[in-house]
Design a protein around this ligand. Structure first.
Ligand SMILES: [Zn+2]
Length: 103
C-alpha cells in the first residue's frame, strides 16, 4: 500500500516534470521566433517576419532529427543557431536562439 502510494507520487512528479520541460521549451521556441521575426536582414534591411522565423526553426529541427536518425548511437551537438535566409535578397545569416539575436 505504502509502495503504491510512493509510486503514485513519483509518477505524478515525473509527469509534472515532463509537462514543465515541454511547456518551457515551447515558450522559449516561441520567444525566439518572435525575436527573429523582428530582426532586420543585415544585407538589405528587410524585416524577416514571422513565417521566415518559423521556417528557420522548423528547418533546424528537421535537420537535427535527420542527423539523429542517421547516427542514433552518436551524441550530436547541433549548436544553438538557426540558419535563416532573407526572403527578399536571399542573404543567409544565422540566428542565435540562446541570445535571441542575429550573429
Ligand atoms: Zn535581405
Amino acid at each position: 500500500m505504502l509502495i503504491n502510494f510512493a509510486f503514485g507520487i513519483f509518477l505524478s512528479l515525473f509527469a509534472g516534470f515532463i509537462f514543465f520541460i515541454s511547456v518551457s521549451t515551447s515558450v522559449q521556441g516561441r520567444r525566439s521566433i518572435e525575436a527573429l521575426s523582428g530582426c532586420q536582414c543585415p544585407a538589405c534591411g528587410a524585416i524577416y517576419e514571422l513565417q521566415v522565423a518559423r521556417n528557420a526553426r522548423e528547418n533546424f529541427l528537421a535537420r537535427c532529427g535527420e542527423a539523429r536518425r542517421a547516427q542514433p548511437h552518436m551524441k550530436l551537438n547541433f549548436g544553438h543557431r538557426w540558419p535563416v535566409v532573407c526572403s527578399y535578397c536571399g542573404k543567409r545569416s544565422s540566428f542565435d536562439f540562446y541570445a535571441n539575436k542575429l550573429g
